[in-house]
Ligand binder design. Structure first.
Ligand code: FO1
Length: 312
């Protein structure tokens, strides 16, 4: 496995923790992250890519690990002033974070694609691994809820995932194309593994799979595809995964996660505390809670080891 690539399909917080663990388990330059951009939002005229930024901050050691998003040691002068003059304050933009959004927006207005901008930012953050947006085309996750239709950040940040979700769709997905490098990574015959991070399957991974060509490439991949269940001891660590599963009529179990990825995965890594085994696809177990760096490395290694066993 020493010089073979590992590809990760990932959302924000949970996925970034896994990729960080992976970057300590293998040579970072072998890692290709394919990142959800369904959470992206244009706010105050700025192009904001939360999951890409969470990955950039986490891998460069700049993330606010307590909050789970944004930068450590952030200051809030911009927000304080915005609030004083009556601007919208439901979506918090720290001063340092703001600099990234301003630069990304300027570059994109000058005609650069999201993947070019992301690669440039990743290099300025000193990252050795590749970070690819799922698409350079706009795809927006929208939720149909008991409060009506909500854009992702309105649901997630403003309403704190409180509304009951009936349906999820990814506006623009049908007309989108995978970003440069995405299909090449997924179809690399020499790749050691493709990992589906323990991100929310419905909000963070499904938007990636909705980009035409990605699901088919994953299903046809020669590399073993391993999902890491986002459930720990039968519940979601953080975020709305379990609540959402109940609302869309799914049993909250690793089996449901495996069934959701049916036809795409060759194996699933589940938490050692989960009550039931998964059937229909090979499984491995470990403690999948990722509080510190050692945890993240352990989970990454367990996923790679499952992939290795599936390859042989
Ligand atoms: N999450 C919050 O809970 N509250 C916020 O005010 C907030 C602002 C924000 C600004 C920029 C950014 O890149 C991310 C931000 N997030 C915020 C996190 C983010 O919206 C979500 O964690 C992800 O979209 C889910 O993966």
């Amino acid at each position: 496995m020493s010089d073979a690539k590992v590809i990760v399909l990932t959302g924000g917080i949970g996925g970034a923790k896994l990729v960080l663990g992976l970057a300590h388990a293998i040579t970072p330059s072998l890692i290709v992250s394919i990142v959800n951009t369904g959470d992206d939002v244009e706010h105050l005229g700025l192009c904001i890519s939360p999951d890409i930024d969470t990955l950039l901050y986490t891998l460069s050691g700049k993330a606010d690990t307590a909050k789970g998003w944004g930068r450590a040691d952030e200051t809030w002068t911009f927000m304080d002033t915005l609030r004083q003059i009556g601007g919208p304050d439901w979506f918090l933009l720290g001063d340092g974070d703001l600099a990234i959004h301003v630069l990304r927006t300027a570059w994109m207005k000058a005609g650069r694609s999201l993947s070019e901008v992301t690669a440039d930012l990743a290099s300025r953050f000193g990252l050795e691994s590749r970070v690819l947006p799922m698409s350079d085309d706009p795809v927006a996750t929208r939720l149909t809820t008991d409060e009506g239709e909500l854009e992702f950040q309105r649901y997630f940040v403003e309403r704190r995932c409180a509304p009951e979700v009936n349906a999820i769709d990814f506006a623009g997905a049908e007309a989108s194309a995978p970003a440069p490098g995405v299909i090449e990574a997924l179809t690399d015959p020499d790749a050691a593994a493709i990992l589906i991070a323990p991100s929310n399957p419905f909000l963070s991974v499904d938007p990636i799979l909705a980009v035409p060509g990605i699901r088919d490439a994953l299903a046809a991949a020669r590399a073993p595809v391993v999902a890491i269940s986002p459930l720990v001891g039968g519940e979601a660590v953080k975020g709305p995964t379990a609540k959402l599963m109940r609302e869309i009529g799914m049993e909250v179990s690793a089996q449901s996660i495996a069934d959701h990825y049916c036809g795409l995965i060759d194996g699933i890594l589940i938490d050692e505390g989960d009550r039931d085994d998964v059937s229909g696809v090979p499984q491995a177990r470990c403690d999948t809670l990722m509080n510190d760096l050692d945890d993240r490395i352990r989970v990454a290694q367990a996923a790679l080891s499952l992939a290795r066993s599936l390859r042989s």
